[in-house]
Ligand binder design. Sequence first.
Ligand code: GLA
Length: 388
Amino acid sequence: MQTTITQTFQSHFSTVPLLAFAPGRINLIGEHTDYQEGFVFPAAVEQGIWVAIQKNGLTVCRLYSLDFDQEFSFELDAFSPKKGHWATYVMGMVALLQQAGYQITGFDMVIGGNIPVGSGLSSSAALSVAIGTSISGLFGFQVPKKSIALYGQKSEHLFAGVKCGIMDQYASAFGVKGKALLLDCRSNSHEEVPAEFGEYSLILVNSKVKHSLADTAYNKRREACEESVRILAKHYPGIKTLRDIPLEDLEKVENLLPAELYPKAKHLITEIARVHLAGKALKSGELQTFGTLLKASHASLSKDYEVSCEELDFLAETSWKIDGVLGSRMMGGGFGGCTLNLVKTSEIAIFEKKIEAAYLEKFGIIPDFIPVKIGSGSSILEEISLAD
Ligand code: GLA
């Protein structure tokens, strides 16, 4: 991939680029808690986005996307990011860096990646982080990783219309090979936990569906949480988010909230507790417990938070019944994408066969299986000169 991007850059622009990389992410547990300042447990994957970049001495930015086989250019002093176009991610990051006072001059850029589209591995977060890393590297800005992650999140809010949390961009920036990040989304700081699963392995099953209501539903869930906080604040002075409500108070919360809000708040409060338990379980090698928490997370996301769908429920519930599976749950924003499965390594071939047959019979779709390897976060890669 690295060589393809560099070669493409050289044939388009005839200069030697700087190369940046940012990975996609998985999330072990802690779904839909980041935007309530909760805890999440993501890790970077090896798949990601590569960005080749070089100054062009102009006032224009000239872009080429390998995946879309499309060119795009914009003037640095007059551009308007529009929702739904890949170049918006570049313009979004440029706009936010400019606003922060960084002086960007014209550049050429080639973008390419190997994250399966729509899989829920957060290709858009990887894209923003890779772009931010490449621009920072090219101009010597040394923008801190945390700022790049925050600009990526803001760009998503402003230009893609999704009011996402910080998890995806943070994991893409800070990922460490072989480690999961126990991330506190209030302080935006993390603890690295070795992702050691012994004779078990993580494998994603891509449902290959993406239901269109996803973005609207995502924003609505976020609003529901904020509404619950407004109501609960009358009884819990000083709370900022649902993170501040103790698990022991669930019953009290049920009495205080309207019937339609309570299950959503319950998901948040119980899921944050599950992240802590999962962190403990992983650290002490209690994989059965870890797997049970994955199942509970899925049930909560599906029944209480209502961000699953028929296909994801089917994949998770079918997995639970297969020998050698410790846990399975939907991963990411929901309404499609992948399930995350913890499966005995020696049973993976049988697992895949069973899931494929069942899913094909029920939905007429052959799912994809993506083994997870936990990789490193964003970085500038060595400059490669193809002339050498
Ligand atoms: C998406 C968002 C994240 C997070 C997850 C759900 O991936 O980008 O911020 O909220 O959904 O956990």
